[in-house]
Design a protein around this ligand. Structure first.
Ligand code: CP
Ligand code: NVA
Length: 301
């Protein structure tokens, strides 16, 4: 494993290794056991979109590993003024030990990896959000004791989160059902991948069907970053695609609810369901820290 560009690139063994290391690093942090695996290393963090969790968890995680994080806003970098990513990659490769990037186009992340010679970590693109899904898998395993054989259900937009959850869920032996409106389905690349898993994957426009007997229900915003102009149109298209009491009734009685956050209460999830599952949701947010530390150690130590 040289980079973390998308879940599609990871083998099941690599995912399990990351989750095991994340559990160990979480234990070490909780018990005050130092783990300076990245002493003297530097991580450049390029942000072309807003972030609370990704920024703070990567920055803190890098400190905890003995390394040094650099926050690089695209407002300040020449990349924001049009310097080609090929050049940025070759320059930053000479200063840094690794780069985390949050941007729009997946190709930009792939190009950084192609032209640079240091590990690249995808901190969210329009196509996928692998760091979040590793934390989600870690959280599910923590609460349920396993992944294999569970049913994961995603309700809402066939977006970056849906894409990564489908791949991460199927690769770790879960069955995955997603419910999204017809015009908001995941891209062909993801559906082609999922088709290889036969009846372990289901896509429907019926939230109740997708949620039936689910062990884990996930959702995400109806309008992602960069889609603010379409927010009103999307609000109409996604009526009915809400995680609420009615939906929870068809899931298993002990079903977990996860949300990558930020959440829009009374849109994709009701305040009530959100607060009833706050324990899982905020553990999920915490696990970003541990899962990303594991990724950094795997790639940069
Ligand atoms: N879930 C997530 O990636 O949060 P941020 O946008 O705050 O980083
Ligand atoms: N789908 C959301 C995820 C935010 C963490 C977005 O891209 O804005």
């Amino acid at each position: 494993m040289k980079h973390l560009l998308k879940m599609l690139d990871l083998s099941t063994e690599e995912i399990t290794e990351i989750l095991d290391l994340a559990d160990q690093l979480k234990y070490e942090l909780k018990h005050g056991i130092p783990h300076p695996h990245l002493k003297g290393k530097t991580l450049g963090m390029i942000f072309q979109k807003a972030s609370t969790r990704t920024r703070v968890s990567f920055e803190t995680g890098m400190y905890q590993l003995g390394g040094y994080p650099l926050f690089l806003s695209s407002n300040d970098l020449q990349i924001g003024r049009g310097e080609p990513v090929q050049d940025t990659a070759r320059v930053l490769s000479r200063y840094l030990s690794g780069i985390m990037i949050r941007t729009f186009d997946q190709k930009e992340v792939e190009d950084l990896a192609k032209y640079g010679n240091i590990p690249i970590i995808n901190g969210l693109t329009d196509f996928c959000h692998p760091c979040q899904v590793l934390a989600d898998l870690m959280t599910i395993r923590e609460f349920k004791g396993k992944l294999e054989g569970l049913k994961m259900c995603f309700i809402g937009d066939g977006n970056n989160m849906a894409n990564s959850l489908i791949v991460g869920g199927l690769k770790t032996g879960m069955s995955v059902s997603i419910a999204c409106p017809k015009d908001y389905q995941p891209p062909k690349e993801i559906l082609d991948f999922a088709a290889g898993y036969g009846d372990k994957f289901e896509m429907t426009d019926s939230p109740a069907q997708a949620a039936k007997d689910a062990d884990v229900i996930l959702t995400d915003v109806w309008a992602s970053m960069g889609q603010e102009d379409e927010a009103e149109k999307r609000r109409k298209a996604f009526v009915g695609y809400q995680v609420n009491d009615e939906l929870m009734k068809v899931a298993k009685s002990d079903a977990m609810v996860l949300h990558c956050l930020p959440a829009h209460r009374e849109e994709e999830i009701t305040e009530k369901v959100f607060e009833e599952h706050a324990k899982e949701i905020f553990e999920e947010a915490e696990n970003r820290l541990h899962a990303q530390k594991a990724v950094m150690v795997k790639l940069m130590a």
